[in-house]
Design a protein around this ligand. Structure first.
Ligand SMILES: Cc1cc2nc3c(=O)[nH]c(=O)nc-3n(C[C@H](O)[C@H](O)[C@H](O)COP(=O)(O)OP(=O)(O)OC[C@H]3O[C@@H](n4cnc5c(N)ncnc54)[C@H](O)[C@@H]3O)c2cc1C
Length: 384
């Protein structure tokens, strides 16, 4: 197959799907090329309420909100566990394959042309880009790399580089009876589960999603992750690791990564857009895809770089500081949260989009001040 398009999008995860729909609805002729992997994308399937809001323009189906989360068990090995409950839903647990199928359906309905295949090479031309798979070649005026962590487009063009990457693994298995009541409507995070990160357990309609994400350094690999994972499984009263799979979660590292070059840009994980504190990346991928598509429709991809740098990446600066603080002293943070549950409420508010990470630091400062002056309890400070 050959053809000429206004925009070629390489990769059709959340980032590529959001961009494809916005562009096609805006009248652009769009080719979305996707090497859909044999397996589903490794993922916890936890969407913050804020991320759910990014799906609004796609008219999301009701089932996406079937599994709301409004409580959290925050654990650390050897410490007592505590359940933190919040007033409104902060996140939803979804089946990742079903989410991706829904997104692809919306792309098909938008009029974008969807082709299965892996981009193998790309080259710039005077009037745009040429993209080649093993079976075909296409030309496009604009190019979007939505091909995930260490994708071809970013690697070839030197875009979206970062040094802040979580190594992660995940598996799903039937939800055992002894965990089902505990995980009903709750997420479990274990701060001792991974160095520089955490392990999680999510229960979803008879399915247990388990995983961990940590910053292990360049040389650490599979063996170290697995050792931690086995410890986590033992703490949950579970047996040996099942059919787990590993993957990377790239986050911005603060060096204002270059995301666009002329008529090409990277979005989603290819742009290292995931949240450095929680490792959440689906909402950020949708958001970056939407911004890049709007910039292309306006004829100026530089605007995308500016909006990401002054918006999401600025917020992620504060998220990175929080990650360093919390994961640098996980036992201390877990103890502090037990004594001051208002700290967890701040994070719930971020998940709901009621506060940003910069606002967390403001909230912490207010709580400290009020404790010093004895003015009022932590909850009062959070309500401001
Ligand atoms: C273990 C783990 C758990 C996670 N848990 C969560 C979570 O609970 N909540 C959350 O919000 N985020 C989570 N994330 C992060 C989230 O999955 C990603 O941030 C998100 O999927 C990024 O979307 P994307 O569209 O940028 O990339 P992807 O979803 O990775 O999609 C990229 C697409 O590009 C395709 N592709 C790649 N190369 C090519 C090529 N050369 N040619 C054509 N197509 C190509 C792939 O087949 C894929 O379909 C998790 C990540 C991991 C690794």
């Amino acid at each position: 197959m050959r053809g000429r398009f206004d925009v070629i999008i390489v990769g059709l995860g959340p980032a590529g799907a959001a961009a494809a729909v916005v562009l096609a609805r805006g009248g652009a002729r769009v080719l979305a090329l996707d090497a859909r992997p044999r397996h589903d994308k490794p993922c916890g399937g936890c969407l913050s309420a804020r991320a759910m809001g990014y799906l609004d323009f796609l008219d999301p189906p009701n089932w996406l909100q079937n599994q709301p989360v409004a409580s959290l068990f925050l654990e650390y090995p050897g410490h007592s566990s505590r359940r933190f409950v919040t007033g409104q839903t902060a996140a939803y647990l979804v089946e990742r394959r079903r989410l991706d199928d829904f997104l692809r359906q919306r792309v098909g309905e938008s009029g974008a042309e969807v082709v299965s295949g892996r981009a193998r090479a790309l080259a710039s031309e005077p009037d745009g880009w040429r993209v080649r798979s093993s079976a075909a070649e296409w030309r496009g005026t604009w190019l979007l790399g939505a091909d995930g962590a260490a994708g071809l487009v970013g690697r070839t063009l030197g875009l979206g580089r970062t040094g802040f990457v979580y190594k992660a693994l995940v598996e799903e298995r039937p939800l055992p009876d002894h965990l089902a009541p505990r995980l009903a409507g709750a997420a479990l995070l274990d701060l001792g589960g991974a160095p520089g990160g955490y392990a999680w357990a999510f229960g979803r309609q008879g399915v247990l999603n388990l995983g961990l994400a940590g910053r292990l350094g360049r040389t650490a690999g599979r063996a170290q992750l697995l050792e931690r994972y086995q410890g986590f499984l033992a703490r949950l009263g579970l047996g040996r690791p099942g059919a787990w799979r590993g993957a990377l979660i790239p986050c911005p590292d603060g060096r204002r990564p270059r995301l666009a070059q002329g008529r090409a840009a990277v979005i989603g994980d290819a742009a290292a857009s995931a949240d450095p504190f929680l490792g959440e990346g689906i909402g950020q991928a949708l958001h970056s895809g939407l911004l890049a598509a709007q910039a292309i429709l306006a004829g100026d991809l530089a605007g995308y770089q500016v909006r990401m740098t002054s918006g999401l990446f600025r917020e992620h600066f504060h998220a990175r500081q929080l990650a360093r603080l919390v994961y640098g002293a996980p036992a201390r943070f877990q103890g502090l949260a037990q004594r001051h549950p208002g700290a967890i409420e701040l994070v719930w508010q971020v998940l709901r989009g009621q506060r940003n990470y910069a606002g967390i630091w403001g909230g912490v400062a207010r709580m400290s001040l009020q404790r010093l002056t004895g003015a009022s309890g932590p909850q009062a400070s959070l309500d401001q």
